[in-house]
Design a binder for this molecule. Structure first.
Ligand SMILES: Cc1cc2nc3c(=O)[nH]c(=O)nc-3n(C[C@H](O)[C@H](O)[C@H](O)COP(=O)(O)OP(=O)(O)OC[C@H]3O[C@@H](n4cnc5c(N)ncnc54)[C@H](O)[C@@H]3O)c2cc1C
Length: 386
């Protein structure tokens, strides 16, 4: 994608390559075939320093910017997008815990999060509320000693094994988004009910499930982001995550292209190598162009964010383009491999990548919501020239 910006970033990238080669590439098909979340890999990712990429060095993280963490996401997603997303959700949560957690919250949870002894999850979406996240109905009621949380969350990455959850809940429906707060809830707190894992082709590595909160009582010290701050915090996190998703699409496209090039070099039809047919070459050329374009948009969005700009539109452009490009490019790479391209159990990741590319159309905001963001910026009232 681009060069790491410093030695710490280069070390993180090496660690990601080593982690993927040793623990993910060969195992990933089994996540799908056995429908399992590989929770055992999270502490190994912690050992490799992949769980605190954006957390400050003084807290035990790597202190990287968004561009460098995007490169790590690309490497991990080339091996398995579901697991890459799981680790990204966790690492983003660790970074915000380090940044805005109270001294007590940081002391209680940060070391365990960075080591992967607790797995982090972000609980915003609900069964009846996705894109329109200001309308969540999970409630937070004040009590004498803290809060009681009630409601149901859906589509929770890492939910099946989460040890620490950031739960978004409404404290006062009359306040709309300003009433939403977030709370830190331990995975085994009384009243936390995990629903069965989702059947999710291309996404078993993300451990997605629903979570019901049955009057979960938490203390005052569980408040993570106060009403008025939580929704803004969620949107900031989602913005960062969109760049990560775009980078993951780059990883899946690059890996698909590599496998397709290998496959067409090694097979013949009608008396000539398949790779000599111009129709095949052009599909691969188009996939390569889409990969280049996605890389550039991803890099631009990350650079804008790292330069301190809000980068909301750049992140939306990158994520929208990446999801669309990945679906087409991976599908074309699969096509030139012949029918073996669709197999989950043939030693290549294309079927997983193709299914995961579909998932990216909803991760961190539907593709249409990226268009809402882009169109809103386009349609902003302009100053009319005198
Ligand atoms: C693999 C995976 C992991 C996820 N992990 C998490 C997680 O960890 N935590 C979490 O909180 N959520 C998570 N999500 C949920 C994700 O954020 C939502 O799926 C997403 O926000 C879209 O919401 P929805 O699926 O409810 O779609 P809806 O909001 O019901 O929308 C349905 C469709 O309507 C269209 N649409 C909606 N609004 C508009 C509009 N304004 N203009 C035009 N079209 C529109 C879009 O086509 C959209 O796909 C995850 C999702 C997936 C697929």
């Amino acid at each position: 994608m681009m060069e790491p910006s410093n030695e710490a970033a280069a070390a993180a990238l090496d660690a990601a390559r080593d982690f993927a080669a040793r623990h993910v590439v060969d195992a990933a098909a089994s996540f799908e075939l056995e429908r399992r979340y590989p929770a055992e890999l999270v502490p190994l990712a912690g050992k490799a320093g992949l769980l605190g990429l954006m957390a400050p060095v003084e807290d035990g993280g790597r202190g990287l910017g968004l561009g460098d963490t995007a490169m790590v996401a690309q490497v991990l997603a080339a091996a398995d997008m579901g697991l890459a997303f799981s680790l990204k959700v966790h690492a983003n949560f660790s970074a915000s815990l380090a940044r805005v957690g109270s001294p007590d919250q940081r002391k209680r949870y940060l070391a365990d999060m960075l080591a992967g002894r607790r797995i982090g999850a972000f609980l915003l979406t609900e069964p009846d509320v996705g894109s329109d996240a200001t309308s969540i109905t999970t409630s937070a009621r004040r009590t004498a000693s803290g809060w009681v949380l009630s409601g149901e969350k859906a589509w929770i990455t890492n939910g099946v094994a989460a040890g620490l959850m950031q739960v978004f809940a409404q404290t006062d429906p009359a306040q709309g988004w300003r009433g939403i707060a977030s709370f830190l809830v331990e995975g085994d707190a009384p009243g936390v009910e995990r629903l069965p894992a989702y059947g999710l082709l291309g996404g078993y590595g993300a451990g997605v499930c629903g979570i019901r909160l049955n009057d979960v009582a938490v203390g005052e010290d569980a408040l993570f982001l106060a009403p008025g701050e939580a929704f803004k915090g969620a949107m900031r996190g989602i913005n960062i995550a969109r760049v990560g998703v775009a980078a993951m699409c780059c990883g899946m496209m690059e890996s698909s292209l590599d496998h397709a090039l290998g496959a067409v070099a090694g097979r013949s039809a009608f008396g000539q190598p398949i790779g000599d047919f111009q129709g095949v070459q052009w599909m691969l050329a188009d996939a390569s162009t889409d990969l280049e374009a996605t890389r550039l948009l991803t890099r631009a969005a990350a650079a804008a964010f790292d330069a301190g700009q809000d980068a909301v539109v750049a992140c939306a452009h990158a994520k929208k383009f990446a999801a669309r490009a990945a679906g087409k490019a991976i599908s074309d790479c699969m096509q030139v491999m012949g029918a073996r391209g669709i197999r989950l159990d043939d030693g290549h990741p294309l079927a997983r990548h193709l299914a995961a590319a579909r998932l990216t159309h909803w991760l961190d905001g539907a593709t249409e919501i990226q268009n809402v963001v882009i169109a809103r910026a386009l349609m902003r009232p302009r100053r009319v020239a005198p």
